[in-house]
Ligand binder design. Structure first.
Ligand SMILES: *Cc1c(COP(=O)(O)O)cnc(C)c1O
Length: 503
């Protein structure tokens, strides 16, 4: 394919294929039904010397690729957390691919830099972030940057915190060696924090303490203060706290106000990881979840999770740009330009040098949906989670395991972990819906997340019917060991299901 005529034609074929795929995605099993190594048997051992025909490439999509795809945008997909998708974002990405710039400095592609600065301010205002995070607000020293993932945002935050701790200490004790200081730094997060937070500390070579949470699975100020006191008594230097707004396991919320107060007193960097839940801040009724954000040094959420912008698009803000830029400043001649210092050079804001024109897909989404539609999307998905919660709560064999705040419902059969594990296994084996489990307070729970933007009440009811049906099979197996009460409960409901099935 070398000319634009082919591109015009084949491009139309691909757009048709993509639209058709998404229109009928609910007909495919949400979880790929293949075994490891399935693909190698389906394609040649080597790349072709002469170009393949377009028709043959297209035909292979259904033969080779689709059987091995787990369909994240199926309304029957209820695993993990959502990942965003929209035609608006796809269109923005097509243009980004066509421009194909590497926008590491302003001069390497001014629009790539300037649009990013502007849409990050738009986005910050949309989330109701404190003005101190926005770049275009009066005295503010803050600003936003698009990172690839929340994991990278956390790595950036902890690295910036580390350099800041060293600078702060050397300010009063100029003779102290930076490597000696580094060896004493401590970072904190809750036991419920995402695994990427622990990894960020490993990457940054900072010791990390996982702190216990309260009965709502939230990290509180007291627990942090106690840990800080213990560590200071040992001669260590508390440097960084990562609070989670919407944990991955059960969507719990650390107390940002309490943690922020402690961090500000102790001059510790507070980063808030709102990878999933951050999107909800666009709705005024969910703004309370971000209470205390003004005390944080950095904040991050994944627009690619819940805000209709395709992966990868993790929006990160810092209160003081210099803390990021100053932490990693290197300045080779070939990257210098005459406007240096007056404009943002995003290469200083993240790990790689190269960067794609990712702000286009945000710009397209914000303009082609508008704020009202995006708010409606979040509200609808939260309402669907509450619908599912009500179905679970009405069945006495089950219990809700954590408060349902946004689009995630954690629940379990009142029974053993093994029973719940088997239930999950059976549900996924049907190939009709896909869910994952998690450990919460020492118990195995099932997670039901509202994921695809096309999920409706019907899909929620359909999923619940499957869960109910499979729970009878698990219940039946357990009859010998089960308590009487459980048994009776199962029987009643299972008979109901069977009868419905006959109708
Ligand atoms: C999903 C998630 C992450 C990881 O996100 P990536 O962008 O894949 O790195 C981190 N933290 C929380 C709370 C998450 O839900």
């Amino acid at each position: 394919m070398t000319n634009s005529d082919d591109f015009r034609k084949w491009g139309r074929d691909m757009v048709d294929y993509v639209a058709g795929y998404l229109d009928t995605i609910d007909k495919r099993p949400p979880l790929a039904q293949v075994s490891p190594g399935y693909l190698r048997q389906l394609i040649p051992d080597e790349a072709p010397h002469q170009p393949d025909k377009w028709e043959d490439v297209m035909a292979d999509l259904e033969r080779v690729i689709m059987p091995g795809v787990t369909h994240w945008h199926s309304p029957h997909f209820h695993s993990y957390f959502p990942t965003a998708n929209s035609y608006a974002a796809i269109l923005g990405d097509i243009l980004s691919d066509a421009i194909g710039c590497i926008g590491f400095t302003w001069v390497s592609s001014p629009a790539c830099t300037e649009l990013e600065t502007v849409v990050m301010d738009w986005m910050g205002k949309l989330l109701g972030l404190p003005d101190s995070f926005l770049s275009g607000e009066g005295e503010s020293k803050g600003g936003g940057v698009i990172q690839g993932t929340a994991s990278e945002a956390t790595v950036m935050a902890i690295l910036a915190a580390k350099m800041k701790s060293i600078r702060d200490i050397q300010h009063t004790e100029p003779d102290r060696d930076q490597y000696e200081i580094m060896s004493k730094l401590v970072a904190y997060c809750s036991e419920q924090a995402h695994s990427s937070v622990e990894r960020a500390a490993l990457i940054a070579s900072v010791r990390m303490r996982l702190l216990p949470t309260d009965e709502k699975n939230a990290l509180r100020g007291d627990a942090l203060r106690k840990a800080i006191e213990e560590d200071k008594a040992k001669g260590l230097i508390p440097s960084f706290v990562c609070a989670t707004m919407g944990t991955t396991g059960c969507c719990s919320f650390d107390n940002i106000e309490e943690l922020g107060t402690v961090c500000n007193e102790e001059q510790i960097w507070l980063h808030v990881d709102g990878a999933y839940a951050g999107s909800a801040l666009i709705c005024p009724e969910f703004r309370y979840l971000g209470a205390g954000l003004e005390l944080a040094d950095s904040f991050n959420f994944n627009a690619h999770k819940w805000l209709r912008v395709n992966f990868d698009c993790s929006c990160m803000w810092v209160k003081n740009q210099q803390d990021l830029v100053g932490a990693f400043h290197v300045d080779p001649t070939y990257l210098k330009h005459e406007h240096q210092g007056q404009v943002i050079d995003y290469r200083h804001w993240h790990i790689p040098l190269g960067r794609r024109f990712r702000s286009l897909k945000i710009w397209f989404v914000l303009r082609l949906f508008g704020i009202d539609k995006l708010q409606e999307h979040i509200k609808t998905q939260v309402a669907l989670a509450h619908e599912f919660e009500a179905l679970v709560a009405a069945d006495k064999r089950f219990e809700i395991s954590a408060d349902v705040v946004l689009g995630l419902v954690c629940f379990r059969l009142k029974g053993t972990d093994d029973q719940n594990r088997e239930l999950l296994d059976q549900i996924n084996k049907t190939g009709k819906i896909f869910m994952v489990g998690a450990m919460l307070n020492g118990e195995f729970i099932l997670r039901f997340a509202i994921c695809a933007a096309t999920t409706t009440s019907e899909h929620v009811k359909y999923a619940w019917d499957i869960i109910k049906e499979e729970s009878c099979k698990v219940g039946a197996k357990e009859q010998l060991n089960g308590t009487k009460e459980q048994l009776n409960g199962s029987k009643e409901d299972c008979n109901g299901t069977v009868q419905n099935g006959k109708e």
